[in-house]
Design a protein around this ligand. Structure first.
Ligand code: GSH
Length: 167
């Protein structure tokens, strides 16, 4: 069955960039899908029912009409987009597209996604090393007010370290 005719269920959290990628691609390609909201914050990815769908306990995950299940946003969007104009026909351009996909997952998402600390759920040397020069951003004419997540993180680390707020 071609994907165009298949019903699929996307299990996703509406505030997750990884899940929105799947939604945007499916919508752009006109692929019909049901969206099942799974809240990461409410720990709905940790229920036995959800873990039976994706033992990794993560969204997005898609269940296709034939009951096959696929996780990992990049695997999902690449699968959805096979044969569409979203995947360049030229082999080198396709490789360049992969380059951006890998970059996004490895560098962009990790830099932009909102986390409390750089590693795990608590202060580590990574936060302390990174906070040192981030506090001087204004000296390079960078106004952190434009980057509220960074500013929140900066405040959190300064508070954790009991040091004065730099800006
Ligand atoms: N590399 C995966 C990352 C998936 C991921 O990190 N999902 C998060 C939401 S953005 C999640 O489900 N977190 C719940 C958890 O890990 O407990 C992808 O691109 O799909």
């Amino acid at each position: 069955m071609s994907l165009d005719n298949a019903a699929m269920t996307v299990y996703g959290d509406s505030i997750s960039g990884n899940c929105l990628k799947v939604k945007f691609v499916a919508a752009r390609l006109g692929l019909p899908f049901d969206w099942v909201e799974v809240s990461v914050l409410a720990k709905q990815t940790r229920t036995p029912e959800f873990l039976a769908i994706n033992p990794a306990g993560q969204v997005p995950v898609v269940r296709f009409a034939d009951n096959n299940v696929l996780a990992q946003s990049k695997a999902i969007i690449l699968h959805l987009a096979v044969g569409s104009d979203l995947i360049p026909g030229d082999a080198f351009e396709r490789a360049q597209m992969y380059q951006w996909l890998f970059w996004e997952q490895y560098s962009h998402e990790t830099a932009i996604a909102q986390r409390c600390y750089f590693v795990g759920e608590k202060l580590s040397l990574a936060d302390i090393a990174l906070v040192a020069y981030t506090r001087f951003a204004h000296q390079a004419s960078i106004d952190l007010a434009q980057y509220p997540h960074v500013k929140n993180w900066l405040r959190r680390i300064e508070t954790d370290l009991n040091i004065e707020h730099a800006q």
